[in-house]
Write a protein that binds this ligand. Structure first.
Ligand code: SAM
Length: 233
């Protein structure tokens, strides 16, 4: 059975968006994954299909109502993990993406306004996930990010040419830099080792470059790498 994604949003026309193109789009056409988008407003209240209300305790903005969201979730809920996209969530990692890609799919709830009434998140035991320490205007772009990261890991989606094995965060090291033709461009030559044809030397050069970049740019990842038993260069 193919991997199934459900998205709950008040802007359903934002999907599939970029996921209808390239690898993800072809994989959807091939039936490797499917997407169903539910308009939360279908469960809204009154003539205006209202989905939000003012926050208890005061403050700016509106909060998405738990009763409306619970009805929308109930229309699609099953054994798949329910994920709420929120800057308050645990940061999304490649490890979690790999786990999600290995499961039956996901149900994603996209917030808007000031956010979502916490009670529905707690009652539904939803997982709260953030895609980074910045504030988006809505959860839809975050949902697209999560889906893109997971879909490319589904069996058969990436060809050998796009293999995920050596990618950043698999190690956990950032990836080494890439070069292609021409060998000299704008008076900049490709590192000599890469044109040597010596596969062992190339592998060693790439590992050293990956370590150096990670050490400089992401000391947190580098420390994890060393703690996992890798020897310091
Ligand atoms: N008031 C919220 C706060 O300060 O944490 C921000 C709400 S934001 C304007 C509206 C919605 O965008 C959120 O409910 C969430 O669904 C989504 N969102 C914003 N930033 C996000 C992030 N970094 N990761 C995941 N979702 C995000």
């Amino acid at each position: 059975m193919s991997w199934r994604a459900d998205v709950l949003s008040i802007f359903p026309s934002m999907f599939p968006g970029p996921l209808g193109e390239s690898l993800a789009g072809k994989a959807m056409e091939a039936g490797s994954w499917s997407l169903k988008v539910t308009d939360i407003r279908d469960f809204g209240l009154g003539r205006h299909r209202s989905v939000d209300d003012t926050p208890f305790g005061g403050g700016a903005g509106m909060v998405m109502r738990p009763d409306v969201l619970d009805a929308a979730i109930g229309s699609v809920a099953d054994e798949r993990p329910l994920i709420v996209l929120t800057p308050r969530g645990a940061p999304l990692t490649q490890k979690r993406v790999r786990e999600l890609a290995g499961g039956p799919g996901v149900i994603l709830l996209c917030g808007r306004f000031e956010g979502i009434d916490q009670r529905v998140i707690d009652a539904r035991q939803a997982e709260e996930v953030s895609i980074g320490d910045y504030i988006l205007s809505g959860g839809e772009v975050a949902a697209l990010v999560l889906l893109d990261a997971a879909i490319r890991l589904l069996p058969g989606v990436m060809g050998a040419a796009e293999s995920a094995v050596e990618e950043s965060f698999s190690a956990p090291l950032l990836e080494y830099p890439h070069y292609t033709r021409p060998a000299v461009w704008a008076q900049r030559a490709v590192p000599e080792t890469l044109t040597s044809g010596n596969h062992a030397a190339i592998a060693a050069w790439r590992l050293a470059a990956a370590r150096q970049t990670t050490k400089t740019r992401r000391p947190d990842l580098y420390n994890q790498y060393i703690a996992s038993g890798a020897s310091a260069p």
